[in-house]
Design a binder for this molecule. Structure first.
Ligand code: SF4
Length: 351
């Protein structure tokens, strides 16, 4: 067994599949070994998520209750007022969240909405929290504006492998998603990018999806691995359950391929028992959403999380010990610069 020390961006599908096919204990041992080289194994980063604009999304992501294409009974809501968002960020901070993630069900932000969103970023940031947004596709200019307002992370998921993608979304392409990720990087923001397991994909798709993430020019700093929540009214409501061990394997392989990224145990956690979540932490997951909705001191889901942390001896990761930002920034700048030069060279060669 070889512990992976180097950060690689050249994984082949057969290498990734070989990791998935290892005996479970070997795979978990390897993942935990890699994890300990880069992180405190007993710390988990805690984020809070708020939907700032819910429902009526023009995209057709087949897992999503917010898509306007499916009738899931979800109430549509307009963009939240900035003051309400800040109030909820403050409540999240009081319960220990260090990052506040704001999500809007849009194809991409409009000219009219962007100023409000920028104001949210500035104000949440001024509370001393990290900020993250997910607003759909971004142009280069929009990404620049968000970065200038102080946005730390942008979430934009690839969802699955390139091969399986068309079975899940038809209203935007895989390349559209990669372009947005590229715009986010060029603007200097950190990337949060992951996917959903259990959407009827095959083993090869989970491997292909992780290979795609690991072969990005810079690994996403945050990699949410979601388990499908089957929502009645969506096309995936009756898809077959994924073997839970296959989900744990996906976390472990993500940890091995992207050793310095925070791997987030994300949506679907509420359907997992404590033992399953503990296995995911063992496999290298080190980030969660604390509670699923607005956090208040008596949020029962947040209480269950706190109890689980106590039973496992896990501490929330303080903001100051998040990865070595200086190293990370230097790596990012140098890789993006190399990419730009390669592109210039390519353009010149083809002029
Ligand atoms: S873009 Fe986002 S909000 Fe819209 S349907 Fe897809 S996952 Fe849902």
């Amino acid at each position: 067994m070889s512990s992976t020390n180097a950060i690689r961006h050249d994984w082949t599908l057969s290498e990734v599949r070989e990791l998935f096919e290892r005996p479970f204990n070997d795979l978990l041992f390897e993942a935990q070994t890699v994890h300990r080289q880069h992180f405190d194994p007993n710390e988990v980063q805690v984020s809070t998520l708020l939907s700032i604009k819910t429902g009526a999304c023009p995209e057709d992501c087949m897992y999503c209750p917010q898509s306007g294409h499916y009738n899931t009974g979800l109430e549509k809501e307009k963009l939240l007022e900035v003051e309400k968002v800040v109030e909820q960020a403050r409540a999240a901070k009081e319960t220990g969240a260090t990052r506040f993630c704001m999500g809007a069900a849009w194809r991409s932000p409009t000219k009219k909405d962007l100023p409000y969103v920028l104001d949210m970023v500035r104000q949440v940031k001024s509370l001393g929290m990290e900020t993250c947004m997910t607003l759909g596709m971004l142009t280069e200019d929009q990404a620049d504006e968000l970065a200038e307002a102080g946005l730390d992370y942008y979430n934009h998921n690839l969802d699955t492998s390139e091969r399986y993608y068309n079975h899940i979304i038809t209203t935007r392409t895989y390349q559209d998603r990669l372009d947005t990720l590229d715009n986010v990087r060029k603007a200097g923001m950190k990337v949060c990018c992951g996917g959903i397991m259990g959407m009827g994909e095959e083993d090869e798709d989970r491997a292909g999806f992780l290979m795609q993430l690991a072969n990005l020019p810079v690994h996403p700093e945050s990699v949410p691995i979601n388990q499908l929540i089957k929502i009645p009214g969506t096309p995936l409501e009756e898809v077959e359950d994924l073997d839970p061990f296959e989900f744990v394997r996906t976390i472990a392989v993500a940890r091995i391929l992207m050793p310095k990224s925070h791997v987030r145990l994300s949506a679907g956690r509420e359907d997992m028992n404590d033992q399953m979540q503990a296995l995911c932490f063992m496999a290298g997951a080190n980030s969660i959403f604390y509670g699923d909705t607005l956090l208040t001191a008596d949020n029962p889901e947040a209480d269950a999380d706190r109890r689980l942390f106590r039973r496992l001896g896990i501490r929330p990761e303080p903001l100051s010990t998040n990865r070595d930002d200086a190293d990370e920034a230097a790596e990012l700048v140098s890789r993006v610069e190399k990419e730009r030069q390669a592109q210039l060279f390519y353009d010149a060669a083809n002029a």
